[in-house]
Design a protein around this ligand. Structure first.
Ligand SMILES: Nc1ncnc2c1ncn2[C@@H]1O[C@H](COP(=O)(O)OP(=O)(O)OP(=O)(O)O)[C@@H](O)[C@H]1O
Length: 280
């Protein structure tokens, strides 16, 4: 597989009034072109910091991140980001939101009207792909959370980014809408051939979407374990019930507990019952 993103010795230290926070320590990871990689881990293990660093929104303290062999120096149109909060422009209609980044580039680069025409075709196609053809003229506040997030994804895809960086994009959605979004994003992955880096708290989501699940550990933030997902490229919701899926889910959940310093449920129960006996 061709390497798309090469993370080498990535280190990030934040200096706060309370001291230094080692958000990332010596992270080494290669992500392939057209790979779907998901990141999980206990709160504060540096998932968002790493994603933001790939997006060029955060500078590393040391180490490097390269895309196609070139070091990242800031944000670029080759990398689009989707966050948990939809961040649509409330004063723009759905179609205007989707075309917004393209408009900026058109203005900047003096692209011809034929290009604009092509861009409109792409915006229409993306709107259709997201199942939002009927909502082109609506304002964001007229849409459900799931619909708004679909608009945000369409807007991110508009400039044909090579890399889609997603930070808990479905975290605010209800369980049913999330399932729909999972199948949609797998479909987008197949069609658009982008490299997707996806951060989530939800282990089931991480396994269902990713080809690899990267588990990070906190204090300092680092890569702990990388799991290969034993699922075929074409996925369906039934697979979430397969023994290998459930086994991997259990293994990852246990490891997150261990790395976060939390006791396992069983250990906790044993301790609580011992304490209860001592009190009697
Ligand atoms: N701008 C900042 N200034 C100071 N500390 C920060 C900053 N951003 C992140 N941190 C700290 O860096 C560590 C890693 O944070 P990060 O948000 O990357 O973790 P995370 O794994 O994404 O957490 P969560 O799952 O809770 O979103 C945390 O201890 C966090 O408090």
């Amino acid at each position: 597989m061709t390497t798309k993103i090469q993370i080498s010795g990535a280190d990030k230290v934040f200096t706060t009034s309370k001291g230094e926070v080692h958000a990332l320590q010596q992270v080494d990871l290669d992500i392939g072109a057209n790979e779907f990689v998901t990141f999980v881990g206990a709160s504060g293990c540096g998932k968002s910091t790493l994603l933001r660093a790939i997006g060029g929104l955060e500078q590393l303290s040391s180490g490097s991140i390269k895309v196609d062999g070139k070091p990242i120096t800031g944000p670029g149109v080759d990398r689009a980001m989707v966050f948990q909060h939809y961040s649509l422009y409330p004063w723009l209609k759905v179609m205007e939101n989707i075309k917004f980044s393209r408009n900026l580039r058109v203005n900047r680069e003096n692209i011809t009207s034929a290009d604009v025409e092509r861009a409109s075709g792409r915006a229409d196609a993306l709107l259709g792909l997201m199942g939002l053809g009927h909502a082109a003229g609506a304002y964001p506040n007229q849409l459900s959370g799931g619909m708004q997030q679909r608009v945000a994804i369409a807007r991110a895809l508009m400039p044909r980014p090579d890399i889609l960086l997603m930070d808990e994009p479905f975290g605010a959605l209800d369980a049913q809408t999330r399932e729909v979004m999972h199948d949609l994003i797998r479909h987008v992955f197949k069609l658009e051939k982008a490299t997707i880096v996806f951060v989530t708290h939800d282990v089931e989501e991480a396994i269902y979407l990713g080809q690899r699940v990267v588990l990070m550990a906190p204090r300092p933030g680092r890569v702990d374990t990388i799991y290969d997902v034993p699922l075929p490229a074409d996925r369906n919701q039934e697979m979430k019930l397969a023994p290998e899926f459930l086994r991997l889910k259990r293994e990852i959940l246990d490891r997150i507990r261990e790395t976060s310093g939390m006791k396992t449920d069983l250990e906790l129960l044993e301790r609580l019952s011992r304490e209860a006996e001592e009190v009697q």
